[in-house]
Design a binder for this molecule. Structure first.
Ligand SMILES: O=C(O)CCC(=O)C(=O)O
Length: 264
């Protein structure tokens, strides 16, 4: 499976401009990719105070835009995330679109990031982000979610072989980003495909450094801080090879872990 992560800069609060950027990248990269991945909130950036005006009503425009791109370029799209408006609520929502244009999964960010005021403007999701593309089981994960290993583990216990992480991760915590992604890959013995944004907004400078990591923790591709596209080919049978070599899933002791649940 050939993966391409579009580590784009995001024009603040300007969905149409950002869509043009995505179209430009699709024209360049989609031919050689099976899956194209976009970053978190790629239509608006963190223009949170204006989201009530610029969020996508029911995600309809985003779904139509990504479906058409997927069909035109015959490529699966892990559509980063966008601000989706439903009645009075706005969620930070990822759409996974099959190359035939069908939306195969919708996942809204579960853990809102208070340090960037998300909880004041967004509603947290309540569902998982598991999906299947070409027989590969993926899981959608949004930014701050990577700090919750129990949430990620629940996905790999339920079949996820590739974690697709989309983010607007700041440069000031680049070392957390790299370390957490490596840890999630090694501890879950799965691929991690992580697409961060590049550039700045009025409040933050973002880290870039999108990464594609194999289940042994080898870095197959990593971006710089600048806008770029990173690419790698992943071999899904590697997941089973690594899991057979050090069988952590078989060696878990969930019967004993329950001791702590009783104290809650
Ligand atoms: O956890 C972090 O340090 C960054 C998280 C973040 O920027 C986000 O979830 O948008």
């Amino acid at each position: 499976m050939n993966i391409a992560c579009v580590q784009m800069d995001i024009a603040f609060g300007a969905p149409e401009k950002n869509k043009q950027t995505v179209v430009r990248y699709m024209e360049q990269i989609a031919k050689e990719a099976d899956v194209v991945v976009l970053p978190e909130l790629w239509t608006t950036g963190y223009d949170l105070t204006r989201l009530t005006h610029i969020a996508d009503e029911n995600g309809e425009q985003t779904k139509a835009f990504l479906s058409e791109l997927a069909r035109t370029y015959r490529v699966h799209i892990v559509g980063g995330s966008v601000a989706k408006k439903v009645a009075d609520n706005i969620t930070n929502t990822m759409y996974i679109v099959h190359r035939n244009g069908d939306v195969v999964c919708e996942y809204s960010k579960l853990h809102l990031f208070k340090l960037m005021d998300e909880h004041k403007h967004l509603q947290a999701g309540e569902t998982t982000g598991i999906f299947s593309l070409d027989g590969v089981t993926g899981a959608g994960v949004i930014c701050y979610d990577i700090r919750f290993p129990e949430w990620i583990r629940a996905h790999t216990l339920n079949g996820a072989e590739v974690l697709f992480v989309v983010a607007e991760w700041p440069l000031s915590r680049l070392h957390h980003w790299r370390t957490l992604l490596m840890a999630r890959a090694i501890e879950n013995q799965c691929y991690v495909v992580a697409c961060n944004r590049a550039g700045k907004d009025p409040n933050n400078t973002f880290a870039g450094h999108s990464m594609i990591i194999d289940p042994w923790g080898n870095i197959l591709a990593e971006g710089s801080e600048q806008e770029t596209v990173i690419k790698a080919t992943i071999d899904i049978s590697e997941v089973q090879r690594v899991r057979a070599r050090i069988p952590i899933f078989a060696d878990r002791r969930p019967d004993v872990y329950k001791i702590f649940e009783k104290k809650d």
